[in-house]
Design a protein around this ligand. Structure first.
Ligand code: ATP
Ligand code: MG
Length: 215
């Protein structure tokens, strides 16, 4: 049986107004799940809740059978560093550093090695000696994906990872992510506006009218 990577039960959250409630969600090893929904519907917030960064107003989130919002900050940090791969809408690369240095920091912290075949696959191997600030948006996006995968995470959270990319490069990035989860028994939760990208996943949900429904 594939293991459950994340189990969320009865999640509700509001900021100035209620964003969503009653959200139940599970993801297993080797599964990819897309979350669609209009701008402002709360997709990024939900992803932050699932990925240990925002504690919801109510409900529980278990990652690898541990209820994350009852763990100490050190234990959460340990899980983030070793098990989770997070590609956010704003990618937090160190702008003044070379691309390769950004990867080295991540692999060093997670005790892993840089995988050159991954850099070739993402067509960024030749850019490694350049500073992040000198790269295009789409190139930075791919370095940020390489950084996340180099850590060898078990569960990937990706918020619009193909948002800055042309169609062909977007397809390439999706192929790389899906091959990764297959090869490493990992899972991926993907937030996207792009229905074509969602169709490449095993399942799709839509966040609409404050509920999350499988489509
Ligand atoms: N930290 C915050 N404090 C207050 N309100 C917030 C906060 N973060 C998000 N919001 C509000 O919650 C709503 C949902 O935001 P969220 O970023 O989750 O939407 P989204 O579905 O990801 O949108 P997009 O597709 O544009 O990225 C928005 O109205 C936003 O202003
Ligand atoms: Mg968003």
């Amino acid at each position: 049986m594939p293991k459950t990577l994340l189990n969320a039960e009865d999640i509700a959250h509001s900021f100035d107004y209620p964003l969503f409630s009653n959200i139940n969600f599970k993801i297993h090893q080797r599964e990819s799940i897309a979350i669609l929904g209009r701008s402002g519907s709360g997709k990024s917030t939900l992803l932050h809740i699932f990925s240990s960064f925002i504690e919801p107003n109510s409900g529980k989130v278990e990652i690898f059978d541990k209820e994350i919002y009852s763990l100490s900050e050190d234990n959460i940090e340990d899980i983030r560093r070793n098990k989770l791969g997070i590609v956010f809408q704003a990618h937090y690369l160190f702008k003044g550093m070379k691309a390769i240095e950004n990867l080295e920091i991540a692999t060093l912290l997670a005790n892993e090695e840089i995988d050159n075949s991954l850099l070739e696959r993402l067509e960024i191997k030749e850019l490694m000696e350049q500073k992040i600030g000198e790269l295009s948006g789409g190139q930075q996006q791919r370095v940020s994906i390489a950084r996340v995968l180099s850590k060898k995470p078990s569960l990937i959270f990706a918020d619009e990872p193909t948002g800055n990319l042309d169609k062909e490069t977007a397809q390439l990035v999706m192929d790389v992510l899906l091959e990764y989860i297959d090869k490493h028994n990992a899972g991926m939760i993907l937030v996207t506006h792009d229905e074509e990208m969602a169709k490449l996943c095993n399942k799709s949900y839509k966040l609409e009218n404050q509920i999350l429904e499988e489509i």
